[in-house]
Design a protein around this ligand. Sequence first.
Ligand code: OSB
Ligand code: MG
Length: 368
Amino acid sequence: MKIKSITLHIITMPLKRPFVTHLQTVEEREGIIVEVQDTDGLCGLGECVAFSTPWYTEETVKTSHHMLKDVLIPLMSNTPFLHPEEIGKRFEAVRGNAMAKAALEMALWDLYARQHNLPLWDMIGGVRKQVLAGAVVSAGNVEEMIKQTEELVRDGYQRIKLKISPGADIEIVKELRAHFPTLSLLADANSSYFLKDKTQLQALDEFDLEMIEQPLGIDDLVEHSLLQRELATPICLDESIVTLHDMKSAIHLNSCGVVNIKLGRVGGYTSALEIYRLCREHDIKVWCGGMIEFGVSRAHNLSLATLEGFSIPGDISSSSKYWDEDIITTPIIVKNGVADRLEGAGIGVELNRKRLGVVTKYKETIYV
Ligand code: OSB
Ligand code: MG
């Protein structure tokens, strides 16, 4: 792969409505679109999913911009490489910073697939023609959560994830379950509980949740294991799984029955595929997590979720759930709980340059 230049587009777009969690209310989404160009003029696209502030992980748009520009992109300049998997080796010299690494690595996978004129889902061994999709409801009060769920169910979503936290949990789950007796529901706590809150979490067992996502601390694999022993509802880990090593530890400790895989959180495809394969070997269920993303990352998620093991609907929603107008020419569409896989080369979407221009705050091209 002969890389000529890498363009970083720092963009910002208002959400249609605020995304409320106990940690942060997101009203504007900042992000970085990474565009890698080869010497033949082909382009690969990636997206950095870090937020403006470090509420979900320690990375931010600013730290990942710095990592990309000053640390990771310079690693591209030496010897050419044959396959995007080789990039992981070069990145080993850099600790952490999974989202910055993922943004560049995703763009290289997209470019590699386009160079071979194949869809990326095909290159990684995907098989699903339709990807299983679900949506997230995240609002300040239970009435609003019911209203949003009604809208999403009307739009065809068949799996809804509810954000919960101490004091905003039992009432929410109980009300939602009463309104939607047969809907597939799960709850995501974004690490807002402690092991001492066990009885509060056990009280959720009666509402037939598919799983409870990341109830405890982001690095509490041991305590998740202790909790899982006393909880009927399967635990799904999100924040706790960043590396393959984390996943190995979680399996050894029986910390979870499910994991959501996010390309950004785990540092890109190579790591996501390793985690995926390990989960398959150990009967851990997987699904594709979401990050309130723009179309580039949504298209990457669709590629990943074509893998056979992605047998549970992910946080994969239409571009229109968050955006008035996405930055890609054909928005991502979920209908009746599925999204068709994209059949074009690479991730199968192109940038809408006009829209991108409108939402770009800063842009620079680095020649490698
Ligand atoms: O914890 O899964 C999470 C969004 C941003 C940061 C963290 C999380 C989320 C979501 C997914 O819940 C929302 C979406 O992309 O639709
Ligand atoms: Mg989560």
